[in-house]
Design a protein. Structure first.
Length: 485
């Protein structure tokens, strides 16, 4: 039985600098913190990770590693800390007990970091630059270490969740998004739904107090120092496949497959109730069990998987073709089979009694993306690890990683849904296309009820079989294979 220990943030944070802290253990130490959650989003040309030219693809890794190191050092200058690195997106925490007093710290940090990225990183990115935005919210969050996906620090709380979703919906480059309740009275702010946007790149009279030239210059010096060190990094090569002892930090992996992102829709209420009723330890126990869900999926889906860190209550997995199966064959069926398998675990495999106490009323919303040669990255990704904050962060970079997230965050998507970009819908077997309806102009969605019915009419579900054929599919479904940690 696992034991749990609550630590204050000041006692908890130093422990996160040890890789061993994230290894499986009978003792789980957790913490909570109140403050500003700040996200920074560097947008690159998504085809960069899929470039056939190895040097261009490695440029993507080098840029993101430098961006991570620069962000980590710059955060320290402003009293913020890196919580998670999710490829192009970095999640900071700035502890604070006085939101209105400390809001200026967030604004100054955001303006200094934004100017540093524009002036130092943008020239290195060149034509692959797509913009840089930030978003922040204030409130409590519980921090739970996880061994899944190479080790990550899961943060649960509205303030840790909403800025990421706002960035997904769109924030103008060079701007910081803040909720109306925090920023509506700020000078120079412009409305954006329930949020406001502040230009943190170009100061004007109304926003001059948000800019600190001395801090910005210190951050720029940090950036230049990182670039100087990176020139001495030395050459490195990509790994072309998984093997025992592979270090993603030393040898990034270039591979192909499909990304899955599953969000626990409705779980926010459980988080809110835990803070309101002072039951955070119960929440930690509940979510620790939820994090076992993808392990069931790994056993049942029958394909090699690469674990990726959780992002709040969102699970991320990279799925690869089975032995003797091509990516093209896999993407023609996987949105149906993986979607049916993922949802079926809660409803069928182990029954509702197994998961009802942990999931509660929450349900999964799943986004899947692969892309093809004509549109998207053709399933190409880079899996690597970056050092920061004394830790190592595993990330996946590529068209399918970004689009799986965008699909899952599409407005109108809810629990039990499965969403794919239009290009992946077009690459489905014809027999499966009627299962998916148009959602906006860029995505198609189905739901578990339809996928389950399809399983009855078109063949048995992957979740309940190991080597069956599905009507309209020529590829045999293999027995489950080990997944990669």
């Amino acid at each position: 039985m696992k034991n749990y220990e609550h630590l204050t943030f000041n006692n908890f944070w130093p422990l996160t600098g040890s890789r061993e802290f994230f290894q499986p253990s009978d003792l789980l130490r957790f913490s909570d913190v109140i403050g500003f959650h700040v996200y920074a989003d560097l947008r690159l040309n998504l085809d960069l990770a899929a470039a056939e030219d190895t040097r261009r693809a490695m440029k993507c890794v080098d840029i993101l590693e430098d961006y991570t190191a620069i962000s980590d050092k710059c955060a320290g200058l402003a009293g913020a800390r890196v919580l998670e690195v999710q490829g192009e997106r970095i999640h900071f925490i700035l502890p604070s007990q006085e939101p209105m007093t400390d809001l200026i710290r967030v604004l100054v940090f955001s303006s200094a970091l934004t100017q540093t990225v524009y002036q130092e990183i943008k020239p290195a990115v060149g034509d692959d630059w797509q913009g840089f935005s930030m978003a922040s919210d204030y409130g409590p969050a519980v921090l739970i270490p996880s061994s899944y996906g190479g080790g990550s620090l899961v943060s649960l709380g509205n303030a840790a969740n909403q800025p990421a979703k706002k960035l997904g919906r769109g924030v103008d480059s060079g701007h910081l998004a803040l909720p109306n309740r925090i920023g509506k009275n700020l000078s120079g702010a412009k409305p954006s739904g329930d949020w406001i946007l502040v230009d943190v790149l170009k100061p004007v009279t109304a926003t001059q107090s948000f800019f600190d030239e001395r801090l910005t210059e210190s951050m720029r010096q940090m950036a230049r120092s990182v670039f100087q060190q990176s020139t001495r990094r030395g050459g490195r090569n990509f790994a072309g496949g998984m093997f025992d002892g592979l270090s993603f930090a030393k040898t990034p992996l270039r591979t192909r497959g499909m990304c899955l992102r599953a969000d626990l829709d409705g779980f926010t209420k459980a988080v809110e109730d835990a803070f309101k009723n002072q039951k955070v330890p119960d929440l930690v126990r509940q979510f620790t069990d939820v994090m076992q869900y993808p392990l069931d999926f790994a056993e049942k889906v029958g394909k090699p998987l690469i674990e990726l860190p959780w992002a709040g209550d969102c699970c991320n997995i990279f799925i690869q073709p089975s032995y003797m199966e091509t990516v093209e064959e896999m993407r023609a069926v996987l949105p149906v089979e993986a979607g049916r398998c993922w949802h079926g675990i809660a409803y069928e495999n182990g029954g509702s009694k197994r998961w009802s106490s942990s999931l509660g009323s929450a349900k999964w919303a799943v986004g899947l993306a692969c892309g093809d040669r004509d549109e998207g990255g053709d399933g190409n990704v880079i899996v690597t690890e970056f050092p920061a904050a004394g830790r190592s962060f595993r990330v996946v970079v590529g068209w399918c990683a970004r689009r799986a997230k965008d699909a899952q965050e599409t407005s109108g998507i809810k629990g039990d849904d499965v969403v794919v970009p239009i290009v992946d819908y077009q690459n489905l077997e014809e027999v499966f296309k009627p299962l998916f309806e148009l959602m906006g102009s860029n995505y198609r969605f189905s739901n578990y009820a339809k996928l389950k019915q399809a399983g009855q009419s078109a063949g048995k579900s992957l979740a309940t079989s190991s080597t069956k054929h599905v009507v309209g599919i020529s590829t045999a479904l293999p027995a489950p294979r080990p997944y990669w940690r």
